[in-house]
Design a protein around this ligand. Structure first.
Ligand SMILES: [Zn+2]
Ligand SMILES: [Zn+2]
Length: 246
């Protein structure tokens, strides 16, 4: 991963969080649309790129186990993080220090694991699929897209907990740093090709959970009613994912 990709990954997530500190109300509605877009986009990336590359090789069966592992791990992590990974807050009424720590832990572990494949994704896709692109940035984009609303939700939650702003910034920086750190760690180790498939399949399982939850929970309040804006965001998300096939 190049330096500018690290900077974009770190900066965009930090930006998402700082929006909550600067323009809390204005941003919320827009970010809900970004979230719908990201759910559809991630689903598209999973079925169009991740599934073919992970299941296309000789390790298709073990890859399936890794996907299930990632899906289950995400269910558990969302118990810790109160659903922040998919941009929602399913928080208790009383926000305690223990709750904040558990949220940060769940969110950080998730972002770290998801960041790991970034270090080898480019070369991995070149060797595991027949689609030769000059550059595969869709996985990076998928991460950024759902981490901006997640950082926003995190900052909101921390402000609700009456945490001092400087500490909110510290938590945001911690969350922003996790995916780049995961990529740095994976990049510094020499990971076997089998394990590369495993980690990517695991991250895919967790993304599959997040994308489906985003699309499923999108309109929990108004009973399956889908607004025109949301539908447009979903269609745009799928369209953007399809564009990566070109
Ligand atoms: Zn939710
Ligand atoms: Zn994520």
């Amino acid at each position: 991963m190049s330096l500018w990709e690290y900077i974009i990954l770190f900066g965009s997530v930090a930006l998402g969080g700082s929006l909550a500190l600067i323009f809390p109300i204005k941003t919320r509605k827009t970010l809900q649309l970004v979230l719908s877009f990201s759910g559809a986009y991630i689903l598209g990336i999973i079925v169009l790129h991740l599934m073919p590359s992970v299941f296309g090789g000789s390790q298709a069966q073990t890859a399936g186990l890794w996907v299930l592992g990632g899906f289950l791990a995400q269910i558990i992590l969302e118990q810790l993080s109160a659903g922040l990974e998919h941009g929602h807050i399913h928080a208790p009424h009383k926000i305690t220090v223990g709750f904040v720590v558990s949220v940060l832990l769940g969110l950080s572990v998730h972002a770290f694991i998801e960041g790991m494949p970034l270090s080898y994704y480019q070369s991995y896709l070149d060797s595991h699929t027949h689609m030769h692109h000059s550059h595969h940035s869709h996985y990076l984009i998928g991460i950024i897209l759902h981490h901006i609303p997640a950082a926003f939700a995190l900052a909101n939650l921390l402000l609700l907990s009456k945490m001092a702003k400087k500490w909110v910034w510290c938590c945001l920086l911690l969350f922003s740093a996790m995916s780049p750190l995961g990529a740095l760690l994976a990049g510094s180790l020499s990971i076997s090709s089998e394990f590369q498939t495993g980690i990517l399949a695991f991250a895919m399982g967790s993304l599959l959970h997040i994308a489906t939850v985003i699309l499923f929970e999108m309109d929990a309040s108004s009973h399956m009613h889908l607004s025109v804006k949301r539908l447009a965001a979903i269609l745009l998300g799928i369209g953007a994912a399809l564009l990566t096939m070109l």
